[in-house]
Design a protein around this ligand. Structure first.
Ligand code: GLY
Ligand code: MN
Ligand code: MN
Length: 353
């Protein structure tokens, strides 16, 4: 594990301490609400308290696990014994209070939160291993089964909340350890809110229903969106749906290692703009998915990313017309040297229920 940090561990007096749950889990594979992963140039040690130590020692193979009592009584002596004089911490996930506290506890050292550490970890996390891809695929297959199930559940009279709960119940009772985020199920006029919250509104004939949901499997997330309709679509509903679908398919088609997040986004955005819906697609095209639902790389007009083989990204254009309706279609794609593999296999043509 230390190899991954060598560019930051400039001397044997340096230590990286990973404090965030997401990054602890990424490097150890172990889920815990508390703990410190301490990396020096000759050792990595996971310190965790009595609630987790037995499970950590049984499960973690990447490094050894040591019982944490108080940081000052366990980690400080360890660092002193190693001759550590400089501690590097994450910036993105550390609160100011936590940083101030760690500066006090490790008063014998220089302590700095360093953005370079976050960049390094974010770029490591962005390129998935085969094992990580398998977990994402499994998470996605649970979500797809839930989608097939929900198509039989949706009918006039059921509420948005019931649809969201049914999706969650299905995923959690079919192998998901959690849902990826608060499931979105919005219908009719509510579907113009990209991240609307499910309400007690009942489904009516002619409603678009946008469902955005995912499962977590072994710490890895999936993310998909489908918009379906109950009853026949109007001409405008059809036109908007077809525009989003075209934008989504064409953006997928340009994906491959080497393309920028800006260009991928622009491919979809140009199609939507050309149809006169420039103001109705406010969010970015997509994002990386992994141990977090949103991670690097980002696909948007402001992205700095160049896609790499092994990235898993979403492609999720939408058109949202306030007070009328909205449509979003979202797949997850695995980037390869010369294209992509779509990890989402559910139907994308408009499903009429
Ligand atoms: N609802 C999370 C996403 O699709 O990004
Ligand atoms: Mn989503
Ligand atoms: Mn997404």
């Amino acid at each position: 594990m230390q190899n991954k940090f060598l560019s930051l561990l400039k001397s044997n007096k340096d230590a990286v301490i990973i404090t965030s749950p997401e990054n602890r889990r990424y490097f150890t594979g172990f889920n815990s609400s508390d703990g410190f992963l301490v990396i020096t140039n000759n050792e990595a040690v996971f310190f965790t308290d009595s609630r987790y130590i037995e499970a950590a020692q049984n499960q973690i193979t990447a490094c050894k696990s040591v019982l944490l009592k108080r940081v000052s009584e366990t980690i400080s002596p360890y660092l002193k014994e190693k001759g550590v004089e400089n501690i590097i911490l994450e910036t993105e996930r550390l609160t100011v209070a936590e940083l101030n506290n760690l500066k006090k506890v490790f008063g014998f050292c220089k302590v700095e939160a360093n953005e370079e550490l976050d960049s390094l970890i974010n770029s490591l996390r962005a390129v998935k291993t085969d094992e990580e891809i398998d977990y994402i695929k499994k998470a996605q297959s649970i979500a797809e089964d839930a989608f097939k199930h929900i198509l039989k559940f949706i009918k006039v009279g059921v509420t948005e909340k019931e649809i969201a709960l049914e999706l969650d119940f299905y995923m959690l009772s079919h192998g998901a350890e959690a849902v990826s985020f608060e499931t979105i199920a919005v219908s009719g006029k509510n579907s113009s809110m990209p991240h609307g919250v499910p309400t007690d509104k009942k489904i009516e004939n002619g409603d678009f229903i946008t469902m955005d949901f995912g499962a977590v499997y072994n710490g890895y997330h999936s993310d998909m969106t489908r918009t379906v309709i109950v009853g026949e679509p109007t001409k405008k509903q059809k036109e908007v749906y077809e525009t989003v679908l075209k934008a989504q398919k064409e953006a997928l088609a340009v994906l491959k290692a080497g393309i920028s997040g800006v260009d991928a986004d622009k491919t979809a955005r140009d199609i939507i703009d050309a149809k006169g819906y420039k103001e109705n697609f406010g969010h970015g095209l997509g994002h990386g998915v992994g141990v977090e639902i949103h991670e690097s790389p980002n696909l948007s007009p402001y992205s700095k990313a160049i896609l790499e083989t092994g990235n898993v990204v979403t492609v999720e254009p939408g058109i949202y017309i306030p007070d009328e309706f909205g449509v979003r279609i979202e797949d997850m794609a695995l980037i390869t040297d010369d294209g992509y593999i779509n990890l989402t296999s559910c139907e994308k043509e408009l499903i009429i229920l």
